[in-house]
Design a protein. Structure first.
Length: 292
């Protein structure tokens, strides 16, 4: 069993061994993942956490064979616990729809493996093949759509690729009295600094967001945001670019490298997903039960 301080992913990651001079699997994996110590890899082999394509445990001194597929379980030392619970809004033979809380990643990344929406749902239902059809930022709460059936997965993924799905968000941000609403924000988004940020740049637009106002307060307005495109951090960058950064945004307009403050969640909510089901033609609409 995994150690208490090193939660493991519910489903294994897969790697096809690349060309290299290594004699053993241990040597090859140490070279492929230099940030993971040799003794930690030995321990993973000993605990049966490195498998072949058929799910059989491999040994550290097994021969390294180029092109061989191995499966291994990512583990993170001292993974933080996210103290908020997801809620399942809907589940049938093809789809699962979840209401994701703030701070919880959708998929394993960085320092999160077990504490992810995918990992939690896989453990709850015992479904290793469960797969998210889209992503939300870790700081964003709201509706996330999952595929339960590999045979129909591409049909649902095509809804996102072909922009045949309506996504509606809500955000709290400062007033923008100088703008006329509704408005369309179209800009070019490119990678920023540090590497995990985005920024607006000169050039042909590759991102588009419809912005409207739901409620006007003295200090804070509630906005309705509909992304036409799906660029990383698009809504956050566009609102900051308009002059109204979303409340509690640690990245835009200024990147703050601070620890999570669970009392100050990003005020951004994926409120609704609506689409025509590509399998049976029914009208689907899923709405978050969370509130900003």
């Amino acid at each position: 069993m995994p150690r208490h301080d090193a939660p493991a992913a519910s489903a294994p990651s897969r790697l096809q061994l690349p060309p290299g001079p290594w004699a053993s699997l241990l040597d090859g994996l140490c070279a492929r993942f230099p940030a993971i110590g040799r003794e930690l890899w030995r321990e993973r082999f000993a605990r049966g956490r490195v498998l072949d394509a058929q799910g059989h445990a491999l040994a550290a001194d097994d021969a390294y064979r180029v092109g061989m597929e191995i499966r291994y379980f990512r583990e993170v030392e001292h993974e933080p616990v996210i103290p908020f619970e997801e809620r399942v809004l809907y589940r049938d033979e093809r789809l699962l729809v979840a209401d994701k809380p703030h701070f919880l990643p959708v998929i394993p990344a960085g320092g999160f493996v077990a504490e992810t929406l995918l990992g939690r749902l896989q453990r709850r239902y015992g479904e290793a093949d469960l797969a998210p059809l889209h992503r939300l930022d870790r700081g964003t709460a709201g509706v996330v759509l999952f595929s339960r059936d590999p045979a129909t997965r591409d049909a649902y993924q095509s809804l996102f690729r072909e922009r045949r799905i309506r996504k509606r968000y809500e955000a709290l941000a400062p007033p923008l009295a100088q703008w006329q609403f509704p408005l369309l924000r179209r800009t070019r988004l490119v990678a920023g600094e540090p590497f995990f940020l985005m920024r607006e740049a000169e050039g042909e637009a590759n991102s588009e967001t419809r912005v409207d106002v739901i409620e006007r307060g003295a200090q804070v307005w509630r906005y309705a945001l509909e992304p036409v495109s799906g660029r990383k951090h698009q809504l956050r960058v566009h609102m900051a670019g308009l002059g109204a950064p979303i409340l509690n945004d640690r990245f835009y307009p200024l990147a703050e490298q601070a620890e999570d403050d669970f009392s100050r969640p990003l005020k951004l909510l994926a409120r609704e997903l609506a689409f025509v089901d590509p399998i049976d033609g029914s009208e689907r609409c899923f709405e978050s039960g969370l509130s900003l």
